[in-house]
Design a protein around this ligand. Structure first.
Ligand SMILES: Nc1nc2c(ncn2[C@@H]2O[C@H](COP(=O)(O)OP(=O)(O)OP(=O)(O)O)[C@@H](O)[C@H]2O)c(=O)[nH]1
Ligand SMILES: [Mg+2]
Length: 307
């Protein structure tokens, strides 16, 4: 399951306290060291779209506190930064509705700043006060409540009637693990998968009358409005593949006629089940494919990666 929304609390580390101490009794000078800085909380963008699932169970994340200062002017160690990974395409919104977005892999954004460490008594020594008996506490780290949303823009969109084999293909060529079933409307929400950094969206099957509210798929067409290429799946088992094709095109047109101008590949799926004689639909070449025919799957992958 793809987690594309989460609410989390991040806490940067508390600064360590400064120390009050003095050198051996006789010499007596102050030697308390400073506290270390608390760790920051950052995010780093990665290409794995599934990493947000870490926030299902761990919603509160905290960076390390700074260590307290020691005697003999030893500073406390700084707390370690906490680096959270989130996918490229994640939008983070804070409580003041300020947004930041992860745009490219490796990008880092500071979410919460660690608190400064307190100064130890040695640092307050002056000609006026040679034996200060005080030190500072460390400051607390920033704490933020954040909303996280993954806004994916798919490169390729799988469309077709229910049961055409869309989700099976998605699973075959990407890291997705979508539910498959030998009945219509197995897919209830869009599934996403990644093939060499390109995102493939699989939406619930469309049926005739989808634009009048029949079936499920219509409202999900928004997820494929921006794709570069449509993968139109038609089952080889169909008695009328060209008719199936027309039904879907008609619904696409009603949703947004510009969808008809997108590049598309017509896939005759489950080609292992029936010998295919059709060469073209709507004057476009069709590509027979079966998840049980490795060569046919590789041929599709090749086209997608060249695209
Ligand atoms: N023999 C064979 N069966 C396939 C192939 N691809 C899919 N199937 C079967 O066809 C059925 C439907 O597959 P799905 O991938 O769930 O179809 P879908 O288009 O995602 O269906 P919806 O989500 O309901 O729209 C399942 O029983 C699959 O096992 C194929 O290449 N060959
Ligand atoms: Mg499906």
């Amino acid at each position: 399951m793809l987690i594309d929304e989460a609410e989390i609390i991040v806490k940067a580390g508390h600064g360590g306290a400064g120390r009050v101490s003095f050198r051996g009794k006789k010499t007596g000078g102050p030697d308390g060291g400073n506290g270390g800085k608390g760790g920051d909380v950052l995010i780093r963008a990665v290409s794995d779209i599934y990493v947000l699932k870490q926030f299902l169970s761990k919603k509160v994340r905290k960076a390390e506190d700074g260590k307290n200062g020691g005697s003999r002017i030893r500073s406390g160690a700084n707390g370690k930064d906490l680096i959270l990974t989130m996918p490229v395409g994640t939008v983070i919104t804070d409580e003041e509705d300020r947004e930041s977005e992860l745009i490219e892999e490796g990008q880092e954004i500071l979410l919460a700043k660690g608190g400064l460490g307190g100064r130890g008594n040695e640092s307050f020594k002056s000609s006026i006060n040679t034996t200060p008996r005080y030190a500072q506490k460390g400051l607390s780290g920033e704490e933020k409540r954040l909303k996280i949303k993954l806004k994916l823009i798919a490169n390729f969109g799988l469309i077709g009637l229910p049961n055409a084999g869309k989700s099976s293909l998605l699973n075959e060529i990407t890291n997705a693990n979508a539910k498959i079933g030998d009945y219509p409307f197995t897919t209830l929400e869009p599934n996403l998968g990644v093939l060499n950094g390109k995102v493939l969206a699989d939406i619930p099957g469309l049926i005739e009358g989808a634009s009048e509210g029949k079936g499920l798929g219509y409202k999900f067409l928004k997820h494929i409005e921006k794709v570069e290429l449509l993968l139109h799946c038609i089952s080889s088992e169909s008695d009328d593949p060209a008719g199936d094709y027309k039904i879907i095109r008609e619904e696409l047109k009603k949703f947004n006629s510009s969808l008809l101008n997108k590049k598309e590949i017509i896939l005759l799926t489950k080609s292992d089940l029936k010998e295919i004689k059709i060469k073209r639909i709507n004057k476009k070449k069709v590509l027979p494919i079966s998840i049980h025919d490795w060569d046919s799957v590789q041929a599709l992958i090749k086209i997608l990666l060249e695209d």
